[in-house]
Design a binder for this molecule. Structure first.
Ligand code: DGY
Length: 336
């Protein structure tokens, strides 16, 4: 049988490319930037598999032309950039990599929390622009202590739980909201469930770690932001569209909340004229919560392994559309 043809839509870790090249012919879009849509469509026309990133949209237009495609493997935990329904209808297996970035993202969430609360980025900017004129002053650059404060986590999946574990070690009280209540996790981690409106009212810090779905789209809008404490902070490491960004800008300008730390945005990359850029009470990072050497290497390797599993006729551990097995059983996609 001919070697499977795999498209890799970005320069990724060599170890992952080696895994694929051992068994497949790989076409690499050798760039840091995403391929333009027209290039993606054209490139997938003759491919059996695609390894893509969260900034590559796999929709009906792409899938319509990709008649040979058997598997799409995204090198990310999030998969809101893939039309699962359309992929399933065409018998295309879709996989993600949910678990390997948990620690990296949890660590980064807390780094954001510390940065915004203790004004680290603001202070760094202050010092570099030459504004530090008084050696030490009792009322200067104050921020809230973390210990003893209430952290509200929205979305208690693997990342939410890893954040909760760490926050408990910091002496925080942790409450959470998620679609389903998790009594076993509550007992194990010492966290308590709250309905969303209570969590918004009670929390000193809120971390969003929920997937983007039709239910979570803009779940934090004007009413939710208005119900938060004026001394509270919002941290978003999930997806930008979970927050109504316009309402957030208003909340930050008008002091409904004290600050925000954001790793994700409605539009990425962020426009240079986005009003968030001019705000001192906001920490902004370019969607990099999982950017550790370890997490990104594992992410790339797992994404490659997911492709090989499907091409070997084996269900990968993180199959996002298991219904696809009824549309096209694994024996029919097997090539290795
Ligand atoms: C993901 O994998 O979904 C994350 O957003 C990457 O940082």
């Amino acid at each position: 049988m001919a070697r499977p043809r795999v498209y890799v839509s970005r320069r990724i870790q060599d170890s992952a490319l080696r895994l694929l090249r051992e068994h497949c012919d790989v076409e690499l879009y050798d760039s840091e930037c995403p391929p333009p849509k027209s290039v993606l469509v054209k490139s997938l026309e003759d491919k059996d598999a695609a390894l893509i990133l969260l900034s590559d949209t796999i929709d009906r237009e792409v899938l319509d032309k990709a008649e040979r495609l058997r598997v799409v493997s995204t090198m990310s935990a999030g998969y809101d950039h893939i039309d699962l329904k359309e992929a399933t209808a065409r018998g295309v297996y879709v996989t993600n990599v949910p678990s390997v970035l948990t620690d990296a993202v949890a660590e980064f969430s807390l780094a954001l929390l510390f940065s915004v609360a203790r004004r680290i980025v603001e202070a760094d900017r202050f010092l570099r622009r030459g504004s530090w004129k008084i050696a030490w002053s009792p009322m200067f650059m104050l921020g809230p202590e973390i210990s003893g404060k209430t952290l509200g986590i929205i979305g208690l999946g693997a990342i939410g739980k890893a954040v909760a574990t760490r926050a408990r070690c910091l002496g925080m009280r942790v409450i959470y909201f998620s679609r389903t209540r998790k009594p076993d996790v509550e007992a194990e981690l010492g966290v308590s469930y709250r309905p969303l409106k209570d969590l918004l009212r009670e929390s000193d810090f809120i971390i969003l770690s929920t997937a983007l779905t039709p239910e979570t789209f803009k779940m934090i809008g004007e009413p939710e932001l208005r119900s938060m404490k004026p001394s509270s902070y919002l941290i978003n490491i999930s997806r930008g569209a979970v927050v109504d960004e316009k309402a957030l800008v208003k909340a930050l300008k008008e002091g409904w909340i004290a600050g925000a730390a954001l790793d994700v945005f409605e539009k990425e990359p962020l426009d240079p004229d986005n009003p968030l850029i001019g705000m001192d009470n906001v920490v902004l990072t370019p969607h990099m919560a999982s950017a550790t050497f370890e997490a990104r290497r594992r992410l790339a390797e797992k994404a490659a392994e997911n492709i090989l599993s499907v091409l070997r006729g084996q269900a990968p551990p993180s199959l996002l559309n298991p219904e696809v097995m009824r549309v096209k059983p694994l024996e029919m996609v097997k090539m290795l």
